[in-house]
Design a binder for this molecule. Structure first.
Ligand SMILES: Cc1cc2nc3c(=O)[nH]c(=O)nc-3n(C[C@H](O)[C@H](O)[C@H](O)COP(=O)(O)O)c2cc1C
Length: 201
């Protein structure tokens, strides 16, 4: 039997490793490998274990995969073509946007669903959904799956076609896909805590 101290050490190291190695990995870096549904379910189940004030569990998810990806790519390409100058949004960028969602194994539509019966501030509900999304990101990291939260207006607008109710708001898409972890590196660093923390005694 593993000693309590050893177990604690292993858990602490694993958690720190998962938190600090998690990176936003974008769909350009995904391979074509599908993600088994059991793993997607695990990611979403862990989302629901996020803390939630008054247990409102203010979230709902829609998983877009397979044939659902292509129409979103077409929407994305047209969305930016209509809004950006063609010298900025070139033919190359148009084609890239069109193909982009199909690079993902799936995209999860993130929906905040407010509870109209319980008196709770909107930011508290929003914060709970953010906790849920972080659980998803950390679970993906544990499974060596690349993921990131895309909060672009195009995602939010596209989600309207899924029949959101008046108490629901799309917060973007959570992209997921396997990637080559061995060759991937992210330049993003963090500001040391000494610049962010005030200690009062
Ligand atoms: C609420 C939220 C919304 C985000 N929206 C976008 C987005 O629309 N597009 C994007 O490229 N990245 C988006 N990101 C990812 C951030 O750019 C990324 O987390 C940040 O650059 C830090 O990099 P890291 O996640 O690899 O540590 C979002 C992240 C959060 C938390």
């Amino acid at each position: 039997m593993i000693a309590t101290e050893t177990r604690r050490d292993v858990r602490q190291q694993l958690l720190t490793d998962i938190i600090r190695n998690r990176r936003s990995v974008y769909a350009d870096d995904y391979t074509n490998e599908p993600i088994p549904e059991a793993i997607i379910r695990e990611v979403l189940t862990n989302a629901t274990w996020a803390p939630t004030y008054k247990m409102t569990q203010p979230w709902r998810f829609i998983v877009l995969q397979g044939n659902q990806r292509k129409p979103f790519g077409e929407f994305l390409a047209e969305y930016y073509r209509e809004r950006l100058n063609e010298t900025v949004f070139t033919r190359e960028r148009y084609e890239r946007a069109k193909a982009y969602p199909e690079r993902a194994a799936c995209m999860v539509v993130l929906i905040m669903r407010r509870n109209d019966k319980i008196d709770i501030k909107e930011w508290e509900e929003l914060a709970a959904v953010c906790c849920a999304v972080q659980n998803m990101a950390l679970t993906c990291e544990a499974y060596d799956i690349g993921a990131y939260w895309d909060s672009c207006d195009a995602c939010v607008e596209y989600a309207a076609r899924f029949g959101l109710e008046s108490n629901e708001q799309c917060l973007g898409f959570f992209y997921m896909g396997y990637y080559d972890k061995a060759t991937y590196s992210s330049p993003k660093r963090r500001t040391p805590i000494d610049k962010k923390v005030t200690w009062l005694y």
